[in-house]
Design a protein around this ligand. Structure first.
Ligand code: PLP
Length: 405
């Protein structure tokens, strides 16, 4: 696998990204302020665990929208492809084109709305669009005919989420009309559940009945898909031809679903940039919202809300230093926050801080961060920003680096 980012930008070599490749993780991260670790061994194992869970004859459609849930498509997608996922799904045409640029050969489905003006780019790069209008169907047909190519589309039925897609009747009429257009192949029929990850997901039964009706009326559209991670793990009847799995690939299992034996892929780490004393009664960070109740030592963590580390974690989240849980004290700032290391003997500048992931026997999960921040794990991962360098690790060795180090 090549290090795309480093080789594409010679300036990065000067900044050290390229030189980290091939090094053991502990050596590579010595001089970094903050970084994301992507465990490619865990990713591969998760693909195998999910495949075992959904059984034979069901494709894995890896949902890699939003930069593969913050993990970095440049490292995650080639690893998924090598692990054998059959297809990829993203939301934007631009995201699909970025996957082709890094060399993805498998089918790529765009789940979101595409403008008819994007039709020719989709055809040129063999990208499957979700068809939501006849106007788009005609634009795709025209683009495909000019190039003597085929434009593949899926029709997405709004079975009760009342968000995207088309109604049952519209789906039937759009699919039948598109079928008549030259160069257009109506390959897939899809839907999406509203309550897939709720404790009570019984509404999926109603949505499934409507989707099954669409399938009955469009028997010739054979590639059907309806499940995200939660439905894929919990509802065999929704697995159909393929399951659209995002979160579970990253080793995070929706709370209502059985764990197929996946493990976390992402960890977010930093190094203490300063350790200082705060006398009893003094405050910390903007607004001085936390005050030391005892003579305290605090550590500066160089990660902030501009990196995707939620401001709402101020005074409520925890991080790991020296294998111990340390409370985040005071407000999270744009680029940094402070944690209380009073109970970590010998805490010093350069010590590793774990924001997400394991250290010693302790573990901070995306679920825990989400609960502390008042959000969901999807949001915690997808918020992680490009300013954090990404280290893709296999067998304890850095295989690929992206971003500036
Ligand atoms: C994001 C998304 C998924 C993946 O959901 P997970 O819960 O992360 O597995 C599946 N289908 C659609 C339509 C999506 O937008």
């Amino acid at each position: 696998m090549t290090d795309l980012t480093a080789s594409a930008d010679p300036a990065l070599a000067l900044l050290g990204a390229e030189s980290l490749c091939g090094l053991p993780l502990s050596t590579a991260t010595r001089t970094l302020n903050s970084w994301l670790e992507v465990d490619l061994d865990a990713l591969r194992a998760n693909v195998h665990a999910l495949r075992a869970a959904v059984g034979p004859g069901v494709e894995l459609i890896a949902v890699v929208k939003a930069n593969a849930y913050g993990a970095g498509v440049e490292g995650v997608v080639p690893a998924l492809e090598a692990a054998g996922v059959e297809r990829f799904a993203v939301v934007l045409v631009a995201e699909a084109l970025a996957l082709r640029e890094i060399g993805v050969r498998r089918p790529i489905l765009v789940l979101g709305h595409a403008h008819p003006g994007e039709a020719s780019r989709a055809v040129v790069h063999n990208i499957t669009l979700t068809l939501d209008s006849l106007e788009l169907a005609r634009a795709l047909s025209a683009a495909a005919t000019v190039r003597l190519a085929a434009a593949r589309v899926h029709v997405h039925v709004d079975s009760g989420l009342h968000r995207d897609g088309v109604t049952l009747n519209e789906a039937v009429s759009i699919a039948e009309a598109a079928r008549q257009l030259p160069g257009l192949v109506v390959e897939g029929l899809s839907t999406h559940m509203a309550n897939a990850d709720e404790a009570d997901d019984s509404y999926s039964d109603e949505q499934h009945a409507l989707f099954a009706e669409a399938a009955r009326r469009l028997p010739w559209v054979v590639y059907r898909h309806a499940a995200n991670s939660a439905s894929a793990l919990r509802r065999p009847e929704l697995r159909y031809a393929g399951v659209r799995v995002g979160l579970a690939l990253h080793g995070v299992v929706p709370n209502n679903a059985p764990d197929p034996g996946v493990r976390p892929v992402l960890s977010l780490r930093a190094r203490l940039a300063r350790v200082s004393d705060v006398p009893t009664g003094e405050g910390v960070s903007y607004g001085l919202t936390w005050r030391a109740a005892r003579p305290s030592r605090v550590g500066l963590v160089p990660v902030g809300y501009a990196d995707g580390w939620r401001r709402s974690l101020g005074n409520c989240g925890e991080v790991l230093v020296g294998g111990r849980r340390c409370p985040i004290v005071g407000r999270v700032c744009m680029d940094q926050f402070v944690c209380d290391v009073t109970d970590v003997p010998g805490a010093a500048v350069g010590d590793e801080v774990v924001l997400l992931g394991g250290q010693g026997s302790e573990q901070i999960t995306a679920d825990e961060v989400a609960r502390s921040a008042g959000t969901i794990p999807w949001d915690v991962l997808a918020s992680l920003q490009g300013r954090l360098p990404r280290l893709f690790v296999r067998g304890g060795v850095v295989e690929q680096v992206s971003g500036r180090t």
